[in-house]
Design a protein around this ligand. Sequence first.
Ligand code: AMP
Length: 383
Amino acid sequence: MDIQTFEQMQLPEFIMKAVADMGFEKPTPVQTLTVPPLMERKDIIAKAPTGSGKTFAFGIPILCHIDTASKDIQVLILGPTRELVLQISDELRALAKYKPELRITPLYGGQPIEKQQNALKKKPHIIVATPGRLLDLLHRRSLKLDTIETVVLDEADRMLDMGFLPDVSKILERVKNRKNLAMLSATISREVMDISWVYQRDPVELTVPEDKENKPQIAQYWLSCLAVPKNEATLRILRLAEFERVIIFCNTKSMVRRLAEILQHKGINADCIHGDNTQSLREKVLRRFRSGDLQVLVATDVAARGLDIPNVDCVINYDLPPENEYYVHRIGRTGRAGRTGMSFLFVGYMDDVRLKDLIRRTHNDVIPVYFDENCNLVQDVEE
Ligand code: AMP
């Protein structure tokens, strides 16, 4: 049977209520594909883009299986970055809203290890971890993995790209009583296939089709910043519409800091994240941005890696991204889960060749625009 609705998935009441609270009307395509096999504890390998509803695609079946009367760790979710780990934990907690006895513990580098050791003493049912920190805790004998039944590798390609292949293998070797392994990945790289080959049995292979519903709907524009400098162009764009959440990407930490200050000085509710921030500061800024308390977030690519922030209405590429792939990641922050978004790309002196290359290689339709004398944006007609 083709699953189209949450009702058809025959989910427990506590999940149906949480899903209804979140305002979700129906499962996203990745959820319709992964929930049935994961309910049966099959191994899966799913190719699904970020922002397609992946977290609940594995989160729903996981929460259905947890025995909260037990004090065992039953599920391990591995992700490449602390931001992703925190995001997954937050989303699962929201989904488990009506099952408050279910304990979820995030484990990641950058937070004092003693704090996480104490959290483990409270006997979580689910742990969400970065591979490095989990191994560290395993070496300190702070936890054991032999009661774990389900393992999820989220953003598997990115995790393996970041050099975590040996760590992930070591961890999987220690999950001795594993019933199933779910891998979710935007691309199925060699390393992803290798892990699948070694650790999965007859995996169900799933590809989320790039249909209109889950393809980001983003109106993309580029703007020459020779006549109107970048700072001024930023201010004009922010005045164009009542954007609720805007992310601006710069290529350097110093530019991120400077731009945030300039915008603040102009009375705009802006703040920034970059690699030099302490983690607690970064989390604080991100929480404000997520909650709608902060309108403009200025960020470097590294600081914003892997983040899912819903309802971003506009992304500004203040600097041309250093690599074409970054452009795709940057604009992918908007236009998520069927909503429409807008993106701008500032093109400076000598950037023309790179711009042409970027448009050609990413197969994106990026429309040239300029400001008219009333500061309205109009489409430029290329010769
Ligand atoms: P993810 O791919 O898990 O990062 O999810 C992307 C966004 O989609 C998150 O903001 C989710 O809250 C949202 N989302 C997940 N499932 C659904 C659904 N069935 N309907 C609408 N939005 C959803």
